[in-house]
Structure formats: structure tokens, C-alpha cells
Ligand binder design. Structure first.
Ligand code: DOR
Ligand code: ZN
Length: 343
């Protein structure tokens, strides 16, 4: 049995860092593991201009502990009104991507897109400058079963989008279904997907094990075991179109343990350990480094990292909760044991 593995330092290609005081809890977790992270723009109000993205980047950098090297990669939030010339300003300012939330699909998405046709001029500008579109791929149609919303989004919206903008780089974020994995494989070199650790490790039974488990609730929601198996197979295939994106999404514990609990799993504290467990479960530890450290920068056209991290096979218990301002934050698997530990 492999006792330790050394990897090129990974990047997180999808994370929620929030803002204000929360940054001081969550940024150090991400910056301890990852060299860079794609930072989601779903703040209140959303990050819709290059100037806002640069100011937010500085607030994140101010929360990085002394001695750690960490580069936040900033994104803009696509709205029906985001002007094409903001894309050019953002591109010049070093903003790396734009996030599409269908309006109402998830946390802080009310300013999102109501009809993709409203955004065509903006998407054209992105295609021209090579800026990726990051997609929350779920329909919001209340008639569609919540477990089918990703598959229906692919048919109704993503396939036409792929056809209309053949050169646009598209990342289907946090995929949860066999249909999504198949779509990415067949869609050609400009289409990729991120995979979260929680969707690789859990199926929807986790939500109901011995009672309702709000800390396993995220969007897109966990799916059936056949889908989890398809995601694991995609990750372990070594295909360069799948890469690491934690979708770590902190919410104060009382807002998750609530009559209408918030969506999001907090995994940033032990992200790479959770991915190691998932890859190990299918005998694919040898594929972890490319998934975590190579495929992302290659797709985005950024250099790979040059430093390394080491993981040891060592059983340890994760704290059940962490202080989070006046309240607490419960990491996924809190109070339980993990099989790997980053040195
Ligand atoms: O579970 C989720 N939480 N999914 C999302 O799409 C958003 C995220 C958040 O911001 O909390
Ligand atoms: Zn997310």
C-alpha cells in the first residue's frame, strides 16, 4: 500500500471564499493546500465589473497568512446586462473567466441569466479573447425534478450554446451525472468539467443516513450511485478534460441546520485529502496529480505550478466544527476520520 504521495502543488478551479470576516477563516484553508484558486463571484452584490474583481482580489490577498504564496484567479458574474466591453476591461485586468448562473439556480444567483440569448454579444467577446465561460449547469424550471436538472440543462441549453460558440472555452462546473461526463468527453477540446470531492465520495443516500444531513446538501444535489461511479471513472480515466474544483462553499452552521438550509459543502480544509481518498478507492492514485495539478492550468492556458506537496496515509480525526466569526462552520466529515493527511 502506498504510504505517501508527492504531487505538484494543486490548484482549485472552483471555490467560494465569500467576503469580509469570513475570508479570514476560509482563505487560509485554501491557500495552505492550493497555489491558485478560481474564486466564484456570487457575492452580494455580485462581482460584475473588472474594478470590483480587482478590489475583491485585494481583500482575499489581505487574508492570506504570512509566508504563504497564493494567487486568487478572479471571475465575473454574468448577468443579462453584462456589457461586452466589460469583458475587454476584465481581460486586461487579469480576470480569467466569467461565471454563468441561471437566475435562481443556487446561492446568490438572483442576478443571474434569465435567457442565454441576452448574453450573446458578451459571449462573443469572451470567445474572441479566449476567456472561459464557467457554467452552473442546472435548469431552474420548477416542473423539472431536482435530480434531473443537470441532464435537462445539457440538452436544453448547453448543446445549443456549444453549437453557437464553437471556439468558446466552456467549463461545466461541479458535474454530478453520467450524462454530464459523457457530454464533456464528446464535446471536443474546448469543453471541460470540474469534479468536487464530495460528488466523487458520496451518493444521495448520504443526505438521509440516519436522519436528514444538511451538511451533505449542495447544488447540484448528490445523485444516485451510478452517477457517482461515472464521475469516478471520468476522474480516473486520465482525460485532460476533467480537473479539480472543490466547490467548497462555507455557510454558518445555523444556516445549514435550518428549516430552509443553505446549499454548500465545506471541504477546503481537507480538500486534497478527500480527493486522495476518492482516487485511492478506485486504485487511481497515479492519476491524482494530473487531475489536481496539470489539467486545469493546461485548459486555462496558464503555467503549471513548480512546487510540491506530500500526502501521508495516516488516519486522523477532523474537528467537528471551526470558529466562524460569531458562529461556527462545520467541515464535511467533521468529527470523522480521514485516511490521508497533507504534510
Ligand atoms: O452548493 C452550492 N453552494 N452550490 C452552488 O452552486 C453555490 C454554492 C454557494 O455559493 O453556497
Ligand atoms: Zn460553486
Amino acid at each position: 500500500m502506498t504510504a505517501h504521495i508527492t504531487l505538484t502543488r494543486p490548484d482549485d478551479w472552483h471555490v467560494h471564499l465569500r467576503d469580509g470576516e469570513a475570508l479570514h477563516t476560509v482563505v487560509p484553508h485554501t491557500s495552505a493546500q492550493f497555489a491558485r484558486a478560481i474564486v466564484m463571484p456570487n457575492l452580494k452584490p455580485p462581482v460584475t465589473t473588472a474594478a470590483q474583481a480587482l478590489a475583491y482580489k485585494q481583500r482575499i490577498l489581505d487574508a492570506v497568512p504570512e509566508g504563504q504564496q497564493f494567487e486568487p484567479l478572479m471571475t465575473l458574474y454574468l448577468t443579462d446586462q453584462l456589457p461586452a466591453d466589460e469583458i475587454l476591461r476584465a481581460h486586461e485586468a487579469g480576470v480569467v473567466a466569467v461565471k454563468l448562473y441561471p437566475a435562481g439556480a443556487t446561492t446568490n444567483s438572483s442576478a443571474g441569466v434569465t435567457d442565454i440569448r441576452h448574453t450573446h454579444a458578451t459571449l462573443e467577446a469572451m470567445q474572441r479573447v479566449g476567456m472561459p465561460l464557467l457554467v452552473h449547469g442546472e435548469v431552474t424550471d420548477p416542473e423539472v425534478d431536482v435530480f434531473d436538472r443537470e441532464a435537462v440543462f445539457i440538452e436544453r441549453h448547453l448543446m445549443p450554446l456549444r453549437r453557437d460558440f464553437p471556439e468558446l472555452k466552456i467549463v461545466l462546473e461541479h458535474i454530478t451525472t453520467r450524462e454530464a461526463a459523457q457530454f464533456v468527453v464528446q464535446a471536443g477540446k474546448h469543453t471541460a468539467a470540474t469534479l468536487t470531492a464530495h460528488h466523487l465520495l458520496y451518493n444521495r443516500n448520504a443526505l438521509f443516513m440516519g436522519g436528514l444531513r444538511p451538511h451533505y446538501y449542495c447544488l447540484p444535489v448528490l445523485k444516485r450511485e451510478v452517477h457517482r461511479q461515472a464521475l469516478l471513472q471520468a476522474a480516473a480515466s486520465g482525460s485532460d478534460r476533467f480537473f479539480l474544483g472543490t466547490d467548497s462553499a462555507p455557510h454558518a452552521a445555523p444556516l445549514k441546520e435550518h428549516a430552509s438550509g443553505c446549499a454548500g459543502c465545506y471541504t477546503a480544509l481537507t480538500a486534497i485529502e478527500l480527493y486522495a481518498e476518492a482516487f485511492d478507492s478506485v486504485g487511481a492514485l497515479d492519476k491524482l496529480e494530473a487531475f489536481a495539478s496539470f489539467h486545469g492550468p493546461d485548459f486555462y492556458g496558464l503555467p503549471r505550478n513548480t512546487t510540491q506537496i506530500t500526502l501521508h496515509r495516516q488516519s486522523w480525526t477532523l474537528p467537528e466544527q471551526l470558529p466562524y466569526g460569531e458562529t461556527s462552520l462545520k467541515p464535511l466529515r467533521g468529527g470523522e476520520s480521514l485516511a490521508w493527511r497533507m504534510a
